[in-house]
Design a protein around this ligand. Structure first.
Ligand code: FES
Ligand code: FES
Length: 161
């Protein structure tokens, strides 16, 4: 199979790699870079479990080729874990009981992180719209919406005196 050399900024590190031209970004992350927080669900752009940020935009990594990421920036949950915004979301998901089996959670966190960066205080409608590409078989979604609302509130709240 043909391969190509790519250079990308992955979780703030410059990465050079030789990748098969047909390899998806999802496969590159999980199999090539051992970044397994990004989940492989439907492999068809339907479930959102494989969501990552590509130049700050949430994308389904199963629908992007690794070669398309040449000279671009990719961020996965592993790279965002220590940011205050992601930590607030993770705490809120736990506090609201928005994690059951957890399979959808990395993708949910990426989509909601991207939303709160643009809309720090989103309406319920904006949350539902932003999360419409992320499927969850377990929670019924309401607690996920509540978790995002809680993270937004707690991120905006003034720090204790
Ligand atoms: S695995 Fe990519 S959208 Fe489902
Ligand atoms: S918590 Fe199980 S799929 Fe969402």
């Amino acid at each position: 199979m043909k391969s190509a050399a790519i250079t990308l900024t992955l979780n703030r590190q410059l990465v050079h790699a030789q990748v098969p031209v047909q390899q998806t970004l999802l496969s590159f992350l999980r199999d090539g870079q051992n970044l397994t927080a990004t989940k492989s669900g439907c492999n068809g752009g339907e479930c959102g479990a494989c969501m990552v940020l590509l130049d700050d935009e949430p994308v389904n990594s199963c629908m992007v080729l690794a070669v398309e990421c040449d000279q671009h920036r990719v961020d996965t949950l592993e790279g965002l874990n220590e940011t205050p915004g992601m930590q607030a979301l993770q705490k809120a998901f736990l506090d609201e009981g928005a994690v059951q089996c957890g399979f959808c959670t990395p993708g949910m966190l990426i989509s909601s992180y991207a939303l709160l960066r643009i809309h720090p205080s989103p309406t319920e409608e904006q949350i539902i719209q932003a999360m419409s590409g992320n499927l969850c078989r377990c929670t019924g979604y309401q607690v996920i919406v509540q978790a995002i609302q809680r993270a937004a509130r707690e991120s905006l709240a003034p720090r204790g005196t």
